[in-house]
Design a protein around this ligand. Structure first.
Ligand SMILES: Nc1nc2c(c(=O)[nH]1)N[C@H]1C(S)=C(S)[C@@H](COP(=O)(O)OP(=O)(O)OC[C@H]3O[C@@H](n4cnc5c(=O)[nH]c(N)nc54)[C@H](O)[C@@H]3O)O[C@H]1N2
Ligand SMILES: Nc1nc2c(c(=O)[nH]1)N[C@H]1C(S)=C(S)[C@@H](COP(=O)(O)OP(=O)(O)OC[C@H]3O[C@@H](n4cnc5c(=O)[nH]c(N)nc54)[C@H](O)[C@@H]3O)O[C@H]1N2
Ligand code: SF4
Ligand SMILES: [Mo]
Length: 706
């Protein structure tokens, strides 16, 4: 069945006892899920490599993916269900049977609904996403709108900005564009499989503009032009570039007249953002702002990678995204070849070119009449566009302890350390009546749970996958689940059955749900399962460019909206209909003269996941603070010195890493370390009022040698 020979050149002799089996790496998002060749001997994984010719990674693995074997066999894998014996957070547990665990959880979920109402039970998912379609339906069946995920801080802000602008999720037409703008993009570290298309584009003459305050491998190897704005000032930069485009009439008037709403109001607003004003607000020289505008004009077609984190992690994050998107709109690069094309999600937030019923599967059980989700009042635009819980409001909701506070939390892969001022969330765990966490490892969050259930990795389960270009696959487990661990979806099915949920599909299990979701595809689960790797779904045709513009896009006016009528219709929200700019907030610039960026990716970690994998940790053993050489010299700081970082919430001491890659006035620290957790001193109230996203990357702080 497979058109691609996935075993090419890799057949160890039978006498070796080694078998190569195929799976996927699930250390990062389903947006990647690179193909893995897993070498198995005596039922154990002895080595992993990238699968040659896999449509996603073409044989390569990133630094994180190479750690898969050690990740799978991490010493703190949970092997049985656990019941808490000690205080919350203490980490004392006793093993219990699956029967007892499922009985206890089912009983508690049923009695909590009787006692408090379904809305006081919340369902939360961490970064792992493969189970989400079932989890969301589970929450809906239960009757709670309080389903929330880590995407409360990731990706959704950009998605919401597109929803306001075009009504669709959008993607870059990287293969055809003349200019690629990597706006906050260091793909060598964070999206390795994408590097091939960028490098190939460059070979065929595509220009690359990178907008990043730091010097990175991407700026050094790929950028034709590199702009270095101060953290969080991207909106001002975009508006200043727009100023030059409009001033020179480097815009597409005919396109604007036909397809765009609100151009006049937007152009009037942009008038004040001269390149000189842009320089003052962003630090990017006015001349470079003009150069970037000229580059856009000369290219004709361009597209923007609007990354899921660096643009959105600011108080003005969502508006900054909108200001970037406006550049595509006024130059006629939305739904045009080489520009930004609609990329409606096929499955698991991916655009693969065919349609599935995933959306319908989740939405048909959405409890419309239930009380509104947590965060709906504080972040009304979020609720209006997403209809689920903005998890950044969960801490306050629980700590309020009123008649609407969440009392029961059921989480798959929750990590409280990912939230700003995360100690407050840990405190909130103490107010819960009942807390379940399902994870691979006994994490600091799991230690607060009443029951902890052991999940398994992608290598130990079978799952449906799909990839751009119309590829699909259904993996098979390559080794048995460790101990008594089970896949998250199996756990949801066990619970649905025990709770006697009125849902045949959830009760039937994962495979039945997938069969339902892909029922319109001319290919079956059995065929996908029999394949050694992703195969082409027959009959997938490329998107016909221009279709959504002709049909009328999915906004209130049917046009691309620079002026959002959805926002304008709700003056009570107090939000701006234009992509307005506000600088990063600093309550006291004298006390906190530095901008702190917490979270810029390092190659050897994914949030908390790889800090405890020995090989990965050895690549950068200690949490460091990166700062400019100039600041280090001025403050008398040398490599490895202890440096105290102080915010309005508290202080922590990191090792100094002075570097020529960072601009003066800014410091960079990676998150997710349990022993030195930068999120514990970030202000939990500093949330973007449009999206609810935390301002992880434009916090203000002081820096001194300790
Ligand atoms: N300071 C700062 N904070 C940030 C960010 C930042 O840039 N800076 N980034 C934000 C962003 S973009 C994101 S996406 C979030 C990420 O936030 P999280 O999703 O909370 O990140 P992880 O630490 O990866 O936690 C996921 C947990 O899921 C577990 N897990 C892994 N696989 C599975 C599985 O198959 N099943 C189950 N049940 N559990 C599993 C892991 O062991 C881990 O404990 O962090 C946000 N927090
Ligand atoms: N190795 C590794 N890879 C990852 C992850 C990880 O933790 N580790 N996490 C995954 C997840 S959940 C996500 S969301 C993605 C994020 O993926 P990316 O967004 O690509 O990753 P970052 O490194 O956070 O940011 C990219 C670049 O943006 C720059 N930057 C920071 N702040 C700003 C800003 O205000 N403006 C501009 N213009 N640039 C800025 C940084 O200097 C950095 O070089 O990465 C994914 N991939
Ligand atoms: S990019 Fe790296 S971590 Fe992500 S799936 Fe591929 S190999 Fe795994
Ligand atoms: Mo993310």
């Amino acid at each position: 069945m497979a058109e691609i020979d996935y075993s090419k050149g890799k057949i160890p002799g039978a006498e070796s006892g080694i078998e190569i089996r195929h799976s996927v790496c699930d250390i990062c998002t389903p947006g990647m899920h690179c193909g893995l060749d897993v070498y198995v001997k005596d039922g154990k994984v002895i080595k992993v490599e990238g699968t040659p010719d896999h449509p996603q990674n073409k044989g390569k693995l990133c630094t994180k993916g190479l750690g898969n074997r050690q990740y799978l066999y991490r010493e703190d894998r949970i092997l049985t269900p656990l019941r808490r014996m000690g205080e919350r957070g203490e980490g004392k547990f006793e093993p219990i049977s699956w029967d007892e665990a499922i009985d206890t959880i089912a009983e508690k979920l049923l009695s909590a609904r009787e006692e408090y109402g379904a809305h006081r039970v919340a369902f939360y998912s961490g970064y792992s996403k493969w189970y989400r379609f079932m989890f969301r339906r589970f929450a809906g069946d239960y009757g709670s709108q309080n389903y929330g995920t880590e995407s409360s801080s990731c990706f959704t802000s950009g998605l919401m900005a597109w929803q306001l602008t075009s009504g669709y999720a959008m993607r870059t037409d990287l293969g055809k564009t003349n200019l690629f703008i990597g706006w906050g993009a260091n793909s060598y570290f964070s999206r390795y499989p994408m590097i091939g298309s960028m490098e190939n584009g460059k070979k065929r003459g595509m220009k690359i503009l990178i907008i990043d305050p730091r010097i990175t491998p991407t700026t050094r190897r790929l950028a034709d032009l590199h702009l270095r704005p101060h953290l969080g000032t991207d909106g001002a930069l975009a508006l200043a570039i727009a100023h030059v485009l409009i001033e020179n009439d480097w815009i597409d008037r005919a396109y604007i007249d036909r397809y765009v709403h609100g151009f006049e109001e937007y152009a009037a607003y942009v008038r004040e953002f001269t390149p000189e004003k842009g320089e003052e607000l962003t630090g990017v020289p006015a001349e470079q702002i003009r150069q970037a505008a000229a580059m856009i004009h000369e290219a004709g077609s361009f597209c923007i990678n609007e990354s899921s984190a660096p643009i959105g992690h600011h108080l003005n994050g969502l508006q900054n995204y909108r200001a970037m998107m406006a550049l595509l709109v006024i130059t006629g690069n939305v739904d045009r070849a080489g520009g930004q094309l609609p990329g409606p999600h096929t499955y698991m937030e991916r655009y693969c070119g065919f349609e599935t019923r995933e959306e319908h599967f989740m939405e048909e059980r959405y409890p419309h009449d239930a009380p509104k989700a947590v965060g709906a009042g504080r972040f009304p635009l979020w609720y209006d566009l997403r209809h689920d819980m903005q998890a950044n409001d969960l801490t306050d909701n629980i700590l309020r302890q009123d008649e609407n506070s969440v009392k029961v939390l059921f989480a798959l892969g929750m990590n409280y350390r990912m939230f700003p001022q995360d100690g407050r969330l840990a405190e909130a765990f103490g107010k819960l009546d009942f807390f379940v966490d399902v994870d691979l490892f006994l994490t600091d969050t799991a230690k607060y749970a009443d029951i902890v259930l052991p999940a398994c990795t992608s290598m130990e389960r079978g799952e449906f996958k799909c990839y751009p270009g119309g590829y699909a696959w259904y993996t098979n487990p390559v080794v048995e689940p460790l101990g008594e661990s089970k896949s998250d979806c199996e756990i949801l099915t066990l619970l649905a059955r025990r709770m006697k949920m009125d849902d045949e599909l959830l009760c039937a299990g994962y495979e039945a749900c997938i069969k339902y979701i892909i029922q319109d595809l001319p290919i079956t689960v059995e065929e996908l399962r029999a394949a050694e790797g992703p195969i082409k779904v027959p009959g997938v045709t490329p998107y016909e460019v221009g279709s959504i513009l002709e049909r009328g896009v999915n906004t209130p006016t049917g046009k691309l909206e620079l002026y959002s009528e959805r926002i304008a219709a709700h003056p009570e929200w107090g939000l701006d209909a234009l992509p307005t700019y506000r600088p990063p907030y600093n309550p006291d610039p004298e006390q906190y003269p530095f901008l702190l960026c917490a979270g810029t990716r390092i190659p050897n970690a994914l949030h908390s996941r790889l800090h405890d994998v020995p090989w990965e940790r050895s690549l950068l053993p200690d949490p460091v603070v990166e700062m400019s050489m100039e600041d280090a010299e001025r403050l008398g700081i040398e490599l490895g010195d202890p440096v105290e970082i102080t915010t309005s919430v508290g202080s922590l001491t990191f090792q100094a890493l002075p570097t020529a890659t960072v601009q003066p006035g800014e410091v960079y620290i990676y998150h997710g370390y349990r022993e030195l957790d930068i999120n514990s001193i970030l202000d939990g109230a500093a949330l973007d009022p449009y999206s609810g996203f935390p301002a992880y990357r434009s916090a203000c702080c002081n820096v001194r040698r300790k």
